[in-house]
Design a protein around this ligand. Sequence first.
Ligand SMILES: [Zn+2]
Ligand SMILES: [Zn+2]
Length: 380
Amino acid sequence: MTAAKTDVRPPLNTPALLMFTISTLLLLTVFPWYLLTHDVSAGAWIGGVVLLYACGLSITGGYHRLWAHRAYQAHGSLKLFYVLFGAMAFQNSILIWASTHRIHHRHVDDVDHDPYSINRGLWYAHLGWMLRDYPSARLDYSNARDLLDDKLVMFQHRYYLPLALFMNIGFPFLLGLAFGDAMGWLMVGGLLRLVVNHHVTFLINSLAHYWGRRPYTIENTARDNDLIALLTYGEGYHNYHHLFQWDYRNGVRWWQFDPTKWMIASLSWIGVTRNLKRVPEFRIQRAMLQRQFERVRERLNACKNPSRLEAMQQQFEQELDAFKVTVNAWSQLQAQRIEAARDKLNDQWQHSEMRQQLLALEQALREQRERMQTMHWQPA
Ligand SMILES: [Zn+2]
Ligand SMILES: [Zn+2]
């Protein structure tokens, strides 16, 4: 796809342009000069990393998973933390960020409607989309009525600029004063941290739609990438996220690096977060198996050896039948569960019986996935 042709380029977005130009220029000139001519305390470096994570997690845990996707609920104290450190990340107010992001999910990859469509190029998806008033990023908040009713969100939106300026300049300076290195904190915890914060988040819009694997869906360009997850507080499992956007986890496996997920889950133990939404394991396994079937089908289409093709096709049909049987059994179980809930027949026995059946079905899919992986689908 190519970008939609427009005769006149949209006007420049001056505030964003100024912010990015000033912060980048200062980082490239004043920052190295300061490092060469002054000693920056260890405290300032440590503080810079802490602030980087506080801001990053406020974007991923707050702006993204809490407000844009409603993947869980949070106590007011955590929301306030997100409001302050999200403003410090300087990526616009929660209202604008979440509304834009909901449009991204709705129209993902569409060159005219996805605000940061990767099909308009890596640079555009990373940063370019913010430098001009592109029609695709125009907001009317019709998709964010819940946020318009949220007092804290609206407070941040109303006082966004003074809040963001104070958190980026005044706050690190005051912290630095307390630790005896005001300018060091301003340089590292203010300037360097801000630019790193920006580009780390922007990677999710650019590289996470460009580089990596697609184990769950090829309906869109989103990718899973462990390296990007490492840099983005766990948001690199973007293929999973685009299919199951309301899950509070992006790295759905326990071992996948997703500090945002760990933070939300551990805060639930002390009641700061609650109602954490998880996609049922069966659906996740089903999506992965569907992708496996698609891949095998591609290989079958490429097979030129008739006798080999026949054997593979037979195997394929058998696996597909087994898959359909499991999925049907699961659909029936879901219907039974709904009925049981409606008739209030949720007694202990029935509940545990159904749970056992569900676990068995999940296991059946898991085993089928392993079987499919070890089979020789490669055309001879
Ligand atoms: Zn995306
Ligand atoms: Zn999202």
